[in-house]
Design a protein. Structure first.
Length: 80
């Protein structure tokens, strides 16, 4: 299993991070806000734990979506 993790940067708006969490991880507003604040305060936040293929797909989807909207939001996966 692999953790999908968002990394903090100084440019991506908090609202965009919440949108990403809701869109790609099916989180409600409260859960998404909690993870966004963790990313903001701790520099990183775990979005979920998935099998390798699903985690890799989520990382690619989030990265592509961020690039599409010209945000430097970084999304990585780590072995759990």
């Amino acid at each position: 299993m692999y953790k999908v993790v968002l990394l903090n940067d100084d440019y991506t708006p908090m609202d965009f991070v919440i949108t990403v969490l809701q869109r790609f991880f099916s989180l409600d507003t409260e859960q998404a806000t909690r993870i966004m604040l963790k990313v903001h305060n701790d520099g990183r936040g775990t979005c979920g734990v998935f099998p390798r293929d699903i985690a890799a797909t989520k990382v690619e989807q989030v990265s592509a979506y961020a690039r599409q909207h010209q945000h430097p939001l970084a999304c990585i996966m780590e072995e759990n």
